[in-house]
Design a protein around this ligand. Structure first.
Ligand code: HEC
Ligand code: HEC
Ligand code: HEC
Length: 133
Protein backbone atom coordinates (compact mmCIF):
# COMPACT_ATOMS: atom_id res chain seq x y z
CA UNK A 1 0.00 0.00 0.00
CA UNK A 2 2.68 2.48 1.08
CA UNK A 3 4.68 1.66 -2.06
CA UNK A 4 1.74 2.77 -4.22
CA UNK A 5 1.10 6.02 -2.31
CA UNK A 6 4.71 7.25 -2.11
CA UNK A 7 5.26 8.08 -5.79
CA UNK A 8 1.99 10.01 -5.74
CA UNK A 9 3.05 12.08 -2.73
CA UNK A 10 6.44 12.93 -4.25
CA UNK A 11 4.81 13.97 -7.55
CA UNK A 12 2.62 16.42 -5.64
CA UNK A 13 5.63 17.69 -3.70
CA UNK A 14 7.61 18.28 -6.91
CA UNK A 15 4.69 20.12 -8.53
CA UNK A 16 4.39 22.32 -5.44
CA UNK A 17 8.12 23.13 -5.44
CA UNK A 18 8.01 23.99 -9.16
CA UNK A 19 5.12 26.42 -8.59
CA UNK A 20 6.82 28.22 -5.69
CA UNK A 21 10.11 28.46 -7.64
CA UNK A 22 8.36 30.10 -10.60
CA UNK A 23 6.66 32.64 -8.33
CA UNK A 24 9.90 33.48 -6.54
CA UNK A 25 11.77 34.28 -9.75
CA UNK A 26 9.23 36.05 -11.94
CA UNK A 27 11.29 38.95 -13.29
CA UNK A 28 9.54 41.73 -15.26
CA UNK A 29 11.27 42.46 -18.58
CA UNK A 30 10.27 46.11 -19.14
CA UNK A 31 9.29 48.51 -16.34
CA UNK A 32 8.04 52.07 -16.52
CA UNK A 33 9.15 53.72 -13.30
CA UNK A 34 6.07 55.34 -11.80
CA UNK A 35 6.23 58.43 -9.57
CA UNK A 36 4.58 57.75 -6.18
CA UNK A 37 1.30 59.61 -5.57
CA UNK A 38 1.87 63.13 -4.23
CA UNK A 39 5.56 63.20 -5.28
CA UNK A 40 6.35 66.40 -7.22
CA UNK A 41 8.73 66.61 -10.22
CA UNK A 42 11.90 68.63 -9.63
CA UNK A 43 11.83 69.97 -13.20
CA UNK A 44 9.21 70.41 -15.92
CA UNK A 45 11.28 68.54 -18.53
CA UNK A 46 11.42 65.35 -16.46
CA UNK A 47 9.71 62.52 -18.38
CA UNK A 48 8.88 59.09 -17.01
CA UNK A 49 11.64 56.52 -17.45
CA UNK A 50 11.38 53.24 -19.31
CA UNK A 51 13.71 50.76 -17.68
CA UNK A 52 14.99 47.59 -19.43
CA UNK A 53 14.76 45.51 -16.23
CA UNK A 54 15.23 42.05 -17.76
CA UNK A 55 18.44 43.16 -19.46
CA UNK A 56 19.82 44.37 -16.12
CA UNK A 57 18.64 41.27 -14.22
CA UNK A 58 20.79 39.17 -16.55
CA UNK A 59 23.87 41.40 -16.26
CA UNK A 60 23.77 42.60 -12.64
CA UNK A 61 23.10 40.69 -9.39
CA UNK A 62 19.55 41.31 -8.07
CA UNK A 63 20.84 42.36 -4.64
CA UNK A 64 23.02 45.08 -6.12
CA UNK A 65 19.82 47.07 -6.84
CA UNK A 66 17.25 45.45 -4.53
CA UNK A 67 19.45 46.47 -1.61
CA UNK A 68 16.86 45.79 1.10
CA UNK A 69 16.40 42.15 0.10
CA UNK A 70 17.43 39.86 2.94
CA UNK A 71 17.06 36.25 3.98
CA UNK A 72 13.66 37.23 5.42
CA UNK A 73 12.31 38.99 2.30
CA UNK A 74 13.95 36.68 -0.24
CA UNK A 75 11.95 36.60 -3.44
CA UNK A 76 9.66 39.51 -2.53
CA UNK A 77 11.58 42.20 -4.44
CA UNK A 78 9.64 45.10 -2.96
CA UNK A 79 9.48 47.92 -5.56
CA UNK A 80 11.87 50.80 -4.78
CA UNK A 81 9.02 53.32 -4.91
CA UNK A 82 7.29 51.68 -1.93
CA UNK A 83 10.05 53.07 0.30
CA UNK A 84 11.58 55.83 -1.85
CA UNK A 85 8.51 58.09 -1.75
CA UNK A 86 9.54 61.55 -0.50
CA UNK A 87 10.20 64.33 -3.06
CA UNK A 88 13.04 65.86 -1.00
CA UNK A 89 16.14 65.53 -3.23
CA UNK A 90 18.39 65.41 -0.14
CA UNK A 91 16.54 62.51 1.51
CA UNK A 92 18.58 59.31 1.07
CA UNK A 93 15.43 57.25 1.11
CA UNK A 94 13.58 59.71 -1.17
CA UNK A 95 12.54 59.20 -4.82
CA UNK A 96 15.22 61.34 -6.52
CA UNK A 97 18.24 59.82 -4.78
CA UNK A 98 17.18 56.23 -5.53
CA UNK A 99 18.04 56.95 -9.19
CA UNK A 100 20.65 59.72 -8.96
CA UNK A 101 22.93 59.23 -5.93
CA UNK A 102 26.69 58.87 -6.49
CA UNK A 103 27.05 55.10 -6.42
CA UNK A 104 24.97 51.95 -7.01
CA UNK A 105 22.22 50.97 -6.58
CA UNK A 106 21.23 54.30 -8.19
CA UNK A 107 20.97 54.22 -12.02
CA UNK A 108 23.16 57.25 -12.56
CA UNK A 109 25.62 56.23 -9.83
CA UNK A 110 26.24 52.79 -11.32
CA UNK A 111 26.32 54.03 -14.92
CA UNK A 112 28.81 56.81 -14.10
CA UNK A 113 31.09 54.38 -12.24
CA UNK A 114 30.98 51.86 -15.08
CA UNK A 115 31.75 54.56 -17.65
CA UNK A 116 35.03 55.30 -15.91
CA UNK A 117 35.86 51.61 -16.49
CA UNK A 118 35.07 51.83 -20.22
CA UNK A 119 31.37 50.83 -20.11
CA UNK A 120 28.88 52.25 -22.62
CA UNK A 121 26.29 52.96 -19.92
CA UNK A 122 23.99 55.85 -20.89
CA UNK A 123 24.18 58.90 -18.60
CA UNK A 124 22.54 61.85 -20.44
CA UNK A 125 19.47 63.31 -18.67
CA UNK A 126 17.31 63.95 -21.75
CA UNK A 127 19.25 61.80 -24.25
CA UNK A 128 19.32 58.53 -22.28
CA UNK A 129 16.62 58.52 -19.61
CA UNK A 130 14.08 61.39 -19.68
CA UNK A 131 13.62 61.46 -23.45
CA UNK A 132 11.29 64.22 -24.66
CA UNK A 133 8.12 63.22 -26.53
C1 HEC B 1 19.89 47.47 -12.18
C2 HEC B 1 19.01 47.34 -11.04
C3 HEC B 1 18.17 46.09 -10.89
C4 HEC B 1 18.56 44.78 -10.96
C5 HEC B 1 19.95 44.22 -11.23
C6 HEC B 1 17.39 43.98 -10.70
N1 HEC B 1 16.30 44.79 -10.49
FE1 HEC B 1 14.41 44.19 -10.10
N2 HEC B 1 13.77 46.13 -10.18
C7 HEC B 1 14.60 47.24 -10.31
C8 HEC B 1 13.78 48.43 -10.36
C9 HEC B 1 14.30 49.85 -10.51
C10 HEC B 1 12.43 48.01 -10.27
C11 HEC B 1 11.18 48.89 -10.30
C12 HEC B 1 10.88 49.34 -8.92
C13 HEC B 1 9.84 50.41 -8.88
O1 HEC B 1 9.10 50.59 -9.87
O2 HEC B 1 9.74 51.04 -7.84
C14 HEC B 1 12.47 46.55 -10.14
C15 HEC B 1 11.33 45.73 -10.00
C16 HEC B 1 11.37 44.36 -9.79
C17 HEC B 1 10.20 43.53 -9.57
C18 HEC B 1 8.76 44.02 -9.55
C19 HEC B 1 8.37 44.40 -8.16
C20 HEC B 1 6.91 44.82 -8.12
O3 HEC B 1 6.19 44.26 -7.29
O4 HEC B 1 6.51 45.70 -8.91
C21 HEC B 1 10.65 42.25 -9.36
C22 HEC B 1 9.82 41.01 -9.06
C23 HEC B 1 12.10 42.28 -9.50
N3 HEC B 1 12.49 43.57 -9.75
C24 HEC B 1 12.91 41.17 -9.36
C25 HEC B 1 14.28 41.17 -9.67
C26 HEC B 1 15.11 39.96 -9.70
C27 HEC B 1 14.63 38.56 -9.35
C28 HEC B 1 16.36 40.37 -10.09
C29 HEC B 1 17.60 39.54 -10.33
C30 HEC B 1 17.44 38.34 -11.14
C31 HEC B 1 16.31 41.82 -10.29
N4 HEC B 1 15.04 42.25 -10.03
C32 HEC B 1 17.38 42.59 -10.68
C33 HEC B 1 15.96 47.22 -10.40
C34 HEC B 1 16.75 46.10 -10.58
C1 HEC C 1 12.28 48.55 2.23
C2 HEC C 1 12.56 49.90 1.83
C3 HEC C 1 13.46 50.14 0.63
C4 HEC C 1 13.41 49.55 -0.60
C5 HEC C 1 12.45 48.49 -1.10
C6 HEC C 1 14.46 50.16 -1.39
N1 HEC C 1 15.14 51.08 -0.65
FE1 HEC C 1 16.75 52.18 -1.25
N2 HEC C 1 16.94 52.96 0.62
C7 HEC C 1 16.05 52.74 1.65
C8 HEC C 1 16.53 53.48 2.85
C9 HEC C 1 15.84 53.53 4.22
C10 HEC C 1 17.72 54.15 2.45
C11 HEC C 1 18.62 55.06 3.33
C12 HEC C 1 19.92 54.41 3.65
C13 HEC C 1 19.74 53.01 4.22
O1 HEC C 1 19.07 52.84 5.23
O2 HEC C 1 20.23 52.05 3.58
C14 HEC C 1 17.96 53.78 1.06
C15 HEC C 1 19.05 54.21 0.32
C16 HEC C 1 19.18 54.04 -1.05
C17 HEC C 1 20.22 54.64 -1.88
C18 HEC C 1 21.37 55.53 -1.38
C19 HEC C 1 20.95 56.98 -1.50
C20 HEC C 1 22.02 57.95 -1.08
O3 HEC C 1 21.82 59.15 -1.31
O4 HEC C 1 23.05 57.53 -0.54
C21 HEC C 1 19.97 54.28 -3.18
C22 HEC C 1 20.76 54.70 -4.40
C23 HEC C 1 18.79 53.42 -3.16
N3 HEC C 1 18.34 53.29 -1.86
C24 HEC C 1 18.21 52.86 -4.28
C25 HEC C 1 17.18 51.91 -4.26
C26 HEC C 1 16.68 51.20 -5.43
C27 HEC C 1 17.17 51.41 -6.83
C28 HEC C 1 15.72 50.34 -4.98
C29 HEC C 1 14.90 49.34 -5.77
C30 HEC C 1 15.60 48.48 -6.70
C31 HEC C 1 15.60 50.54 -3.54
N4 HEC C 1 16.49 51.49 -3.15
C32 HEC C 1 14.72 49.84 -2.72
C33 HEC C 1 14.93 51.97 1.63
C34 HEC C 1 14.55 51.12 0.58
C1 HEC D 1 24.56 48.26 -10.68
C2 HEC D 1 24.69 48.79 -12.01
C3 HEC D 1 23.51 49.36 -12.78
C4 HEC D 1 22.41 50.02 -12.27
C5 HEC D 1 22.05 50.30 -10.83
C6 HEC D 1 21.62 50.41 -13.42
N1 HEC D 1 22.22 50.02 -14.59
FE1 HEC D 1 21.56 50.45 -16.48
N2 HEC D 1 23.14 49.43 -17.25
C7 HEC D 1 24.09 48.75 -16.51
C8 HEC D 1 24.98 48.03 -17.41
C9 HEC D 1 26.18 47.17 -17.00
C10 HEC D 1 24.54 48.33 -18.72
C11 HEC D 1 25.17 47.84 -20.04
C12 HEC D 1 26.26 48.82 -20.45
C13 HEC D 1 27.05 48.43 -21.68
O1 HEC D 1 26.43 47.92 -22.65
O2 HEC D 1 28.27 48.66 -21.69
C14 HEC D 1 23.37 49.21 -18.58
C15 HEC D 1 22.64 49.71 -19.65
C16 HEC D 1 21.49 50.48 -19.56
C17 HEC D 1 20.70 50.96 -20.66
C18 HEC D 1 21.00 50.69 -22.14
C19 HEC D 1 20.44 49.35 -22.50
C20 HEC D 1 20.80 48.88 -23.89
O3 HEC D 1 19.96 48.20 -24.49
O4 HEC D 1 21.92 49.18 -24.35
C21 HEC D 1 19.64 51.68 -20.15
C22 HEC D 1 18.53 52.37 -20.92
C23 HEC D 1 19.77 51.63 -18.71
N3 HEC D 1 20.90 50.91 -18.37
C24 HEC D 1 18.88 52.22 -17.82
C25 HEC D 1 18.97 52.12 -16.43
C26 HEC D 1 18.01 52.68 -15.48
C27 HEC D 1 16.79 53.50 -15.88
C28 HEC D 1 18.43 52.33 -14.24
C29 HEC D 1 17.79 52.62 -12.90
C30 HEC D 1 16.39 52.29 -12.72
C31 HEC D 1 19.67 51.57 -14.39
N4 HEC D 1 19.96 51.46 -15.72
C32 HEC D 1 20.40 51.07 -13.32
C33 HEC D 1 24.25 48.77 -15.14
C34 HEC D 1 23.37 49.36 -14.24
Amino acid sequence: MLKRILPFISAVAIAFLAITAVQAYEVPDKITIVRPAGNKKLNTWVKEVKFPHGFHAINVACKKCHHKESGKTLGEFVPCRECHVSDDPNDKSGFYRAWHSDGPPSCLGCHTQMRTKGGKNPVGCTTACHKPG
